[in-house]
Design a protein around this ligand. Structure first.
Ligand SMILES: [Zn+2]
Length: 419
């Protein structure tokens, strides 16, 4: 085993492969980028929740990723992300994963020990007053009460992240995995001044994070475009990059520490802002995608016509009739207007072109329907229940599924962000 610590490169793309059939098609998008001179590190991510819904184990993700890497002769680094894990769920990932998204959102705003909060404030007089950061025009002005309030809100979450990190490190060894801390699955976004306090606390806790996933301003709904104030997003994203660069120097965090954009697929309207910010600051980023690949599988089935199209229609009909159950785990990250969902009988009469047009994320196409897209996005349990019948159709429609998976990641994600 090499003694070099595992370090994730500047640009990385999280990719979800719900049914473990698309790793090669996904990796092909990174291969295409590499041919054009940009290395995008592939990171296969699958959360505990996804494994539970599908009934799969992390070992299947590892097998699929390793096979794809071998087939395509990928010699650059790649990772397997135990996505959104905590102490209760990390165990089955520890052996096979080398990237851990430590999710502590549930601990935000839970009361931290007042003595620990006071000790934090006392230890960090530099966080109080006027803080001028390179790259930010307006300095942050904070009082010690502000810092105390922020520390009280986030300290318990950071301490929890420390516990999870140390547990993984005990098993795998320090430097044998990439740690990320995520705080995105919560109600309110973290502001750049809050991010600074959070990073100081993470450094105190001794977690050498390489990526951090805050909740950004605006809506990051599953599989559809960003909804929010574009100018505010761009300003805060830039400020976050400056905060990270500052925290790396001030608190000795890993030099490659970068932002991780969760639910990052399909957020086409903010990609130009992200791209500008990365270029301006010379920063890296991790963009996490997941269900966008599953949607391309369904598009591939529909495009193939025949039995593939019939199965895609069946998935829609089933998802429609189990909408409440399917939406419940994702309630905070979808906005479905039920009045815009056509009846199953109508969709059953659709051609391939109509079905693909409704589902493919092309906002210029008048057939595009963001409500159908979000419903199918959360509807993968329907395909999981179909079991071998779904997987056999995936194999039968391999060409169109793979072509759509690769094209989506390369043309709609990698190109606008990185090329
Ligand atoms: Zn997330």
């Amino acid at each position: 085993m090499s003694s070099q610590p595992l370090v994730i490169g500047k640009f990385s793309l999280g990719m979800g492969d719900r049914f473990a059939h698309e790793a090669e098609a996904q990796l092909a998008a990174c291969v295409a980028a590499k041919k054009l001179g940009v290395e995008i590190v592939p990171v296969w991510n699958k959360s505990n929740r996804e494994h539970n819904i599908i009934g799969s184990e992390p070992t299947s993700t590892r097998a699929a990723a390793d096979a794809a890497v071998k087939t395509l002769g990928w010699t650059a680094p790649y990772f397997l992300d135990a996505d959104h894990i905590g102490l209760k769920t990390v165990e089955r990932f520890v052996g096979v994963s080398d990237f851990f998204t430590i999710d502590v959102a549930d601990f935000i705003a839970q009361p931290a020990d007042p003595a620990a909060v006071k000790a934090f404030v006392d230890r960090h007089p530099e966080l109080v007053g006027t803080i001028t950061l390179a790259g930010i025009d307006r300095p942050f002005t904070t009082t010690s009460a502000d810092v105390e309030r922020t520390a009280a809100k986030f300290l318990l979450a950071v301490q929890e992240a420390g516990k999870v990190y140390r547990h993984i490190a005990t098993v795998k060894g320090v430097g044998r995995f990439v740690p990320e801390i995520s705080m995105d699955e919560t109600d309110s976004p973290q502001t750049p001044p809050e991010l600074l306090v959070i990073l100081a606390a993470i450094a105190d806790e001794g977690v050498p994070i390489q990526t951090i996933a805050p909740k950004f301003t605006g809506r990051f709904n599953k599989g559809v475009d960003y909804v929010g104030d574009l100018a505010q997003f761009e300003r805060e994203f830039n400020d976050d990059l400056c905060v990270i660069a500052h925290a790396v120097k001030q608190y000795g965090l890993p030099a490659n520490l970068k932002l991780s954009v969760h639910s990052g697929s399909d957020k086409f309207s903010i990609y130009p802002a992200i791209r500008r910010a990365l270029a301006k600051h010379g920063a890296g980023v991790h963009v996490k995608t997941a269900g966008t690949t599953w949607l391309e599988e369904v598009i591939g089935l529909a495009e193939a016509g025949g039995a593939g199209l019939a199965l895609a229609k069946e998935i829609y009909a089933e998802a429609l009739s189990h909408m409440d159950e399917l939406c419940q785990p994702y309630a905070t990250v979808i906005d479905i207007d039920r009045s815009k969902l056509p009846a199953a009988a109508i969709v059953n009469g659709w051609t391939s072109e109509q079905f693909v047009g409704a589902l493919r994320h092309d906002q210029k196409n008048p057939l595009y329907n963001a409500n159908i897209r979000q419903l199918i996005h959360v509807g993968f349990k329907v395909a999981a229940k179909m079991g071998p019948r779904y997987l056999e159709q995936l194999k039968a429609c391999r060409e169109s599924c793979a072509r759509n998976v690769t094209g989506n990641l390369f043309d709609r994600h990698i190109k606008p962000l990185f090329l």
